[in-house]
Design a binder for this molecule. Structure first.
Ligand code: ZN
Length: 81
């Protein structure tokens, strides 16, 4: 399984390729949601810039992934900056 490198800030779906993220945005969000790098998404989630992830439409009907609980303790900002 590959590490996600991109994320959709609107619904929280992650992608390994930017082209997939751009296609996702144009198909599901009418191009209004620009993909962000995954690390920026995580830091944005911690700081409250991005809303909590929705269940991505592409995962509807599949087993729902357990999202990690993002807290300052489990993901200190010092390791990012
Ligand atoms: Zn999305």
């Amino acid at each position: 399984m590959s590490k996600p490198l991109w994320a959709c800030p609107t619904c929280g779906e992650d992608f390994t390729r930017k082209s997939s993220a751009v296609r996702h945005s144009s198909k599901l969000h009418k191009g209004t949601s620009l993909p962000v790098s995954y690390i920026n998404y995580l830091t944005g989630r911690l700081s409250g810039v991005y809303p909590p992830p929705l269940t991505p439409p592409s995962l509807m009907g599949r087993k729902i992934r357990q999202w990690p609980i993002l807290t300052e303790a489990t993901f200190p900002m010092q390791t990012i900056l």
